[in-house]
Design a protein around this ligand. Structure first.
Ligand code: NAD
Length: 482
């Protein structure tokens, strides 16, 4: 399905495009992008459905979304396979993603009630009431790394709040979106409330130009900054930008080197480093203990089991594409030229496709600091001579998504909480660990202070505050005629 407009799956009228599996090289999706005309139609369909959907009682919206969640659960394996084939993720991870999509319904219902529900309070003249209203038509742009869970994490709270949506999946992972559309349809969602347009930047550009009320975006900082500029001077368009990070992890004052190395290696290499919250920079004390930790991490990088999503017991699959693998090699070269010392090279594997090995580089002696996100399994090591210097290194970034501290010393954690600038800050846990029951986002170039997950309810609706008296009564005030 290339396009889903007003409840009907259609062929795209734009350019043909396809996706090959980065593990097998097989073509796993082919179709056509939506044309500008189709994008305009999709937005018009969402616009037409808005008023009725916004007025549908919340309990009915909830029932439909629960039925959608049940439909996702019943197709969980199909969803997991679609994700793994498109972007290469190990099947155990894609299964977790499919589970998270269904779990999103309950979490969103709870978050909406707690953060964007209704409230009534007695006042001298009668009562104060608070309600939340939907924005209108929301464009949802998905990233490739969680092609189901992350757009779903915008769409479900947006619908719950009474918005309608036009979803543009990532062109690098188009296969899961049609399953989502079918699940909405089987759940009885009225036609036009959710629409979908496949395609790349051109389709995205047409959606930006169309008559939308908001943009819910998860993707790279580069794209997010472009959107921010694009909508500059238009405060009436709701922008929720969830972007990347250059995430630091500090290991300081711990006896348990094996556990610390496990947490660091999983932080860096989970999902082949293709999680926004993966650790990119590891900060360690100078001296013998730091050396031992580096050795233990390099040993793990060497021993990780890498393979295709359906091979037994793999920890990580390939990167999303050959281009992504090339970009990772180029980034490594850039760090080496800046004075980095390779401890274990990130290499393309013989089996081709997006397959790369996990790399580790020591940047302590580098002449230049390169504050960019490399979306791959590549960890930079920095050494510090004090905990204060470690904190300074950690905060030396334009981003602020996730960070972590591994330590036996709780006092250091107390200090880290006050001084580390990151929206997701974990203690003795991987940086890539996050809960849907908490907000997700961070300062700096990681977003525009509209965190998602548990706080998505906030950006999906605007508050409406009312003072209410039962009947009009004459008013008096000093100097006011009686
Ligand atoms: P991306 O920015 O390349 O693309 C995201 C979406 O935007 C895609 O649908 C793409 O087609 C569209 N797009 C890109 N450029 C566009 C343009 N000029 N005009 C219109 N549409 C455009 O991101 P990606 O590579 O798919 O995803 C990886 C990135 O996402 C990483 O940087 C990662 O850190 C970030 N990410 C952030 C979070 C978070 O919650 N903060 C979660 C996952 C991923």
């Amino acid at each position: 399905m290339d396009v889903f407009i007003n409840g009907l799956g259609q062929k795209g009228e734009g350019d043909a495009f396809s996706k090959t599996c980065p593990a097998s090289g097989a073509r796993v999706w082919s179709g056509h992008a939506a044309s500008q005309r189709q994008v305009i139609k999709a937005v018009a369909s969402a616009r037409e459905s808005f008023s009725e959907w916004a007025r549908t009682p919340l309990s009915e919206r909830i029932d439909i979304l629960k039925a959608y969640g049940a439909a996702l659960s019943s197709r969980a394996e199909e969803i997991a396979l679609a994700i793994s084939r498109d972007m290469g993720k190990a099947l155990w991870e894609s299964r977790a993603e499919a589970g998270a999509m269904a779990a999103k319904i309950g979490l969103s219902i709870q978050a909406q009630a707690e953060r964007a529900g209704e409230m009534s309070k007695q006042a001298a003249f009668g009562r104060l009431e608070l309600a939340h209203r939907p924005h209108g038509v929301m464009a949802v742009f998905g990233p490739f790394n969680f092609p189901g869970h992350l757009p779903n994490g915008h769409i479900v709270p947006a619908l719950l709040a009474g918005n309608t949506c036009v979803f543009k999946p990532s062109e690098l992972a188009p296969s899961v979106a049609p399953i989502m559309m079918e699940a909405f349809q089987s759940a009885g969602l009225p036609a036009g409330v959710v629409n979908m347009v496949q395609g790349g930047r051109e389709t995205g550009a047409a959606l930006l130009e169309a008559d939308i009320n908001g943009l819910l975006f998860t993707g790279s900082a580069q794209t997010g900054v472009f959107f921010h500029k694009y909508f500059a001077g238009r405060p009436n368009i709701l922008l929720a930008l969830e972007m990347g990070g250059n995430n630091p992890l500090i290991i300081w004052d711990t006896q348990n080197i094996e556990a610390a190395a496990d947490i660091a290696a999983q932080s860096a290499f989970l999902t082949t480093g293709q999680r926004c919250s993966c650790a990119r920079r590891l900060i360690l004390p100078e001296g013998g203990r730091g050396d031992q930790i580096v050795e233990a991490i390099v040993a793990r990088a060497k021993a990780l089991k890498i393979g295709a999503y359906d091979e037994a017991d793999i920890f990580m699959g390939p990167l999303v594409s050959e281009q992504a693998a090339e970009a990772a090699i180029d980034f490594q070269m850039k760090l080496s030229k800046a004075g980095g010392k390779s401890l274990r090279r990130l290499k393309r594997l013989e089996r081709g496709g997006g397959f790369v090995s996990a790399g580790v580089i020591d940047m302590s002696g580098a002449r230049e600091r390169i504050d960019e996100e490399l979306f791959g399994p590549f960890l930079q090591i920095y050494r510090a001579d004090s905990f204060e210097q470690a904190i300074r290194h950690a905060n030396d970034t334009r981003f602020g998504l996730s960070a972590g501290l591994i330590s036996d010393n709780e006092a250091l954690w107390d200090e880290a909480r006050l001084s580390l600038r990151a929206g997701i800050l974990n203690f003795n846990r991987p940086t890539a660990g996050a809960s849907g029951a908490q907000p997700f986002g961070g300062p700096g170039l990681s977003g525009n202070f509209r965190p998602g997950a548990y706080y998505a309810a906030d950006y999906c609706a605007w508050p409406q505050a009312s003072q209410i008296a039962d009947a009009p009564e004459r008013l008096s005030a000093q100097g006011f005629p009686k």
